[in-house]
Design a protein around this ligand. Structure first.
Ligand code: 6GU
Length: 238
């Protein structure tokens, strides 16, 4: 059983995502357990359930206080048999790539801390020493969407979640493949003058495989030449 805990100030954001088919099925099949926790429940301010405050030294925005976060993470860790890998979603983190996703899918428990842009008191990271992850070089209003991206990418790599296990390892960006995908077609053979390439209708499997490989290579070279030469977790070009 793979367990994911999400700590957020906006737990409702995850409702729709949790009922999404692949994840819902993985949960129903007992492969994954996903628990969402409201950080506000661990506020030390009993009256207003406040969890943020103004930064020392001044500046705009509010920071999430260290105490409710640590109390919450410790309580959530105690809910499972292992403490799990704590992950802080922040635009200042390591950019998420497939290699990291595959590595996280081999863990058994993740605890995802969703921040807001102004962020947390520095002592949250000092104490928890979380793995800090970002999903790209743009700013989101909070870590929730990034957490969903991480869960989505990770859960599909857990054995048994996808019908055909091979299919996740064949994807673009997977360890087994470093090329973009070739174009695919289904019926009808012609629509508004747009036709299916003849080779795909030829029945010649060797030629089809060759064509697909060429298409993948050409598309990757054109769109993502960086995949060939940057160290982003792919095997190097032959
Ligand atoms: Cl993880 N959080 C926020 N707030 N913005 C982001 C991000 C995370 N990753 C990219 N942008």
């Amino acid at each position: 059983m793979y367990r994911v805990d999400v700590i957020t100030l906006f737990p409702q954001i995850f409702d729709g995502y949790l009922s999404q088919s692949l994840l819902a099925k993985a949960i129903a099949n007992g492969l994954v357990e996903l628990c969402v926790h409201n950080l506000r429940d661990w506020s030390v301010d009993l009256k207003h359930h406040k969890i943020d405050d103004r930064p020392y030294g001044g500046g705009p925005g509010m920071l999430i206080c260290v105490e409710p976060v640590i109390r919450c993470v410790e309580a959530v860790q105690a809910m499972g048999s292992i403490p799990g890998q704590v992950i802080l979603l922040t635009p200042q983190g390591e950019q998420l790539r497939q290699q990291r996703v595959e590595n996280l899918a081999q863990s058994n428990r993740l605890i995802l801390l969703c921040g807001r842009y102004e962020g947390f008191d520095q002592r949250v990271t000092d104490i928890l020493q979380p793995l800090e992850l970002s999903i790209g070089d743009y700013v989101l209003n909070g870590g929730e969407v990034a957490a969903m991206v991480l869960v989505d990418a990770t859960v599909r790599m857990i054995p048994g979640v996808l019908g055909d296990e091979q299919s996740s390892w064949d994807d673009s960006f997977s360890r087994g493949n470093r090329l973009l995908e070739f174009p695919q077609y289904t019926r009808p053979p012609e629509f508004r003058g747009y036709t299916v390439p003849d080779v795909l209708l030829s029945g010649n499997h060797q030629e089809i495989a060759k064509w697909r490989q060429q298409q993948s290579l050409a598309k990757t070279e054109l769109r993502r030449n960086d995949l060939f030469d940057k160290n982003i977790g792919f095997p190097t070009k032959e």
